[in-house]
Design a protein around this ligand. Sequence first.
Ligand code: DOR
Length: 453
Amino acid sequence: MPEYELVLKNGTCVLPWGLSNTDVAVRDGRIAGLGSFDAARAEQVIDCTGLHVLPGLIDPHVHARDPGDPLVETLETATRGAVLGGLCSIFDMPNTAPPLLNVADLDAKRARLPAEAWCDIGFYVAAAQSNLGTLAELEKQSNVCAVKLFAGGAKGDLLVQDDASIEMALRNGVRRMCFHAEDEYRVQERRAQYSEGDPHRLHAEWRDVECALLGTRRIVALARKVGRPIHILHVSTAEELEFLAGCRDIATVELLVNHLTQTDEVYDRLGGYGVMNPPIRSQRHRDAAWAAVANGSVDVIGSDHAPHARAAKERPWPDTAAGLTGVQTMVPIMLDHVSAGRLSLSRLADLMSAGPARVYGVPTKGRLATGYDADFTIVDMSHRRRIENAWIAAPCGWTPFDGHDCTGWPRMTVVRGRCVMRDDEVLGTPSGRPVPFLGTGQVPKDQVGSGRS
Ligand code: DOR
């Protein structure tokens, strides 16, 4: 009988306390030990010579769009893209069609994972005008990563923009709550003024720094009043970053790959394929984002993967659909930033594994250490490759990074001990599971690793 189902040999492991050349042994889907496992009997041994082994990377901001339009994205294709891109878990946004607002829909979605998901998934539930009174119950449901409230950037039932309703949502529950914080009042007030000129460049002028800062300040003030921790999604301005560095008592911070990688020249190059909310902004804001990565005031990085059909991206502005694909390209782009010296692999693991686990409360993931889920993103930092539309698993079939050359590439994705992607090939059958979260009342022991022990 093999002692271990998997041993990773000869890799450079990115441990919480630094880089180490050590083997990793896996039993029952969990990390059984670090050290030398030369004599160990294992079902599978993977030679990781020349490769770095990172703790399983997590994208905490994915719009998998299911239910929705299968010609744009599905749970299966979003998670296929995730593992092809080196991600072991994703947290799925609730603005689906229909949106995720109740327990029955959450149960139905969760039940689909074993047959359809290639990686593990946590679920956001939306705070909507129609369900504000039920949020405390919803956030206790197993596998809910957070309640997400759109104070801006949404329409109809999903838009909750007035202070009284936001305060009511904040008073309904205790876990860290996530916000799209743009101030929709200001966004709508300014809309009519921005109809003439270069349509795509106008996007960032219309939804200006003040729209973002005003919204973030309002949400932080309400959270402080109520005493509830919050997470500000996709912070996009230098001004918000400066403000939020003084709000550690109540707020954590997400930055997006696009805001770290692109500037407003994207509108000339990509037109509608550069339009997202909050917008991609000038160099000054990108520099501030990197300064915040360097000084530690950012907690997590997300992709805000938001696929849309090409026809919707090509509609004349301001009706161009806002949102860019990104779940599959996130790790390659961030590895390229590592290669360019903008951050270390350790900081990357902090922002993309330990950070999401800490902010959302995942007791079983986020560290390459004994007892944790055997989730690994195995990368080759010398591998050069060009991102191309043809590689993208999302049925909508495009990426804003088409033609972007990367140095550093994910070579394997291991989820709870199962290698689900190796050299661009998705392996086996879907085996994704819902991610367990602290504060949801479930017993994490049952949901660590394969759950066999
Ligand atoms: O650009 C965006 N697209 N921002 C959001 O907040 C939502 C997203 C979407 O769902 O398309």
